[in-house]
Design a protein around this ligand. Sequence first.
Ligand code: ATP
Ligand code: MG
Length: 350
Amino acid sequence: MAFKPLVFSGVQPTGNLHLGNYLGAIKRFVEMQETHDCIYCVVDEHAITVWQDPKELKKQIREVTAAFLAAGIDPKAHIVFNQSQVSEHAELAWVFNCVARMGWLNRMTQFKEKAGKDRENASVGLFAYPTLMAADILVYRATHVPVGEDQKQHLELARDIAGKFNNDFRDSIAANGFDPEAGFFPQPEPLTQGPAPRVMSLRDGTKKMSKSDPSDYSRINLTDDQDTIAQKVRKARTDPEPLPSEVEGLKERADADNLVTIYAALANKTKAEVLADFGGAQFSVFKPALADLAVSVLSPINERMRHLMADPAHIDDVLADGSERAGRIARKVMDDVKDIVGFLRSRRDR
Ligand code: ATP
Ligand code: MG
């Protein structure tokens, strides 16, 4: 294989981490540690594509880090850091801004959703978000990216950027001693085959659960206490029918499907297994069971997060150490990129 398998993924410090982030991303991050070298990043530069209060941002960076550690990510065996401490991300993103085409970015649905009707007033950063995301991954020449389904389109774009870079600079890649057939950058693969790649809002089963949803009742936060979780599950939108006995019966029932998917993911079961237990049950029976399960999975994580947050200096040390180790890899790749693109660079010690 031309590229060493390496996992990279990130989470934005934009507010309350929720069950979608946990089931769609962080739980997968933890699992991937068993089989791969992993780099997990708190993507603070992505966060400021929309306004963030500076004091809150610092706290949120630490909170996402605490969630990573509390969920079981090992920052010694792998790498945990915040993006802005490794300047090569932004540096490579600039090169990618010159590789990616306006037409490609114009197709990105996340920009359309987040910019909404007032597109003229959206930041340039929000539009260019996917080129920075491509740089996050490719500055490590990472090969595998566990993400929720909503990020699939951005991963496709990262693949297109890697492909165009490899093609545009083919001769220079060869002249610098890299195999022009394999290219300089790998084609990073999205890993979205988790049990819940798209957790939906508890208020609307057709909308993704999101940190930026104004309604707190739309999501279960990792920091919610037992009563809040129970109340949110109780108020989750459902239809009047009992649960079906077969997965087929969840079709056209987005809200019911979402709750069953969440239950299955939390219990490490299939939806069929959950329906074997709950088929025919009313939501008045299923919802309390779901709330209990969510509490039993989330409260140990919640408790460890609180413990970690009580010692911010320790979190900052973890990030500084991770940033140093990530920076060493990124520096080397960025030096090669500079040679390939034709920049003159200083001869620093590596
Ligand atoms: P924001 O609304 O600020 O974009 P977010 O909830 O989408 O926040 P991100 O930090 O953008 O969170 O995403 C972190 C990871 O969580 C990504 O891999 C993303 O695909 C995943 N993710 C986000 N929401 C969900 C969801 N509802 N279901 C599954 N995965 C999700
Ligand atoms: Mg998002």
